[in-house]
Design a protein around this ligand. Sequence first.
Ligand SMILES: Nc1ncnc2c1ncn2[C@@H]1O[C@H](COP(=O)(O)OP(=O)(O)OP(=O)(O)O)[C@@H](O)[C@H]1O
Length: 244
Amino acid sequence: MIEAHEVRKQFGAVQALGGVGFTARDGHITALLGPNGAGKTTLLRTLVGMLKRDHGSIAIDGVDPEREPLRVRANIGFLTDQFGLYERLSTREYLTYFGELNGMDGAALRRRIDEVSEMLAMGDILERRSKGFSQGQRIKVALARALLHRPRHLLLDEPTRGLDVMSTRAVRQALARLRDEGCCVVMATHVMQEVSHLCDDVIVIAKGHTVAQGSPRALCERTGIANLEDAFVSLVGTDEGIAA
Ligand SMILES: Nc1ncnc2c1ncn2[C@@H]1O[C@H](COP(=O)(O)OP(=O)(O)OP(=O)(O)O)[C@@H](O)[C@H]1O
């Protein structure tokens, strides 16, 4: 479980997070939904301890990522917007390297790489070097790395961006399976269809503040609007400000 309370983060004059609070439960896929610049990436980075918050509290299964970063990271798979691939390594070599960094080795690691590769439909790029990989191929490798050590928490920044239809389906199925196994999945996304069909819970974030949290149905009921996209627009408000 991930709990955040009144989290704030400032970059110079820019207040990226002005007071974000939410709970993301185990066995749930929680969507982080917000306009461009709302603070989603900043929030994910702060949750894993890559950024130091200015204010507020964060607990990942009760542990503060700033106090015990290694303990928390061992239990987190993080897909960031920067993939950090090594172009000279094949996908298998790359995953082997990160698996070993996470204490995995031998036949068990080889089996796990094959398992993740099948889960993400990436058998065609497993033995290829990542130099020249397309955006979709890059994201698959980064996602495979995030899943490899079977983390209890997954924090994913737009995991299906740039993926074709088949790969998107493979990733969504993989996430649903992980949810069913009890993982706590938090994903930033702009794809409303993904939120409606895949996510159990939605955190709506705008201008660095949590505007609402609830199931897609609850958000629609709260706004009195049947369509999630319209309900979202109503919740984040117009140019004049954020709707109450
Ligand atoms: N390192 C940084 N230095 C300065 N400003 C930053 C930095 N990182 C983020 N910001 C600013 O903080 C705000 C939130 O950015 P963030 O990337 O978290 O938004 P986002 O919700 O992920 O947006 P998008 O949907 O466009 O990816 C933006 O105004 C952004 O310009």
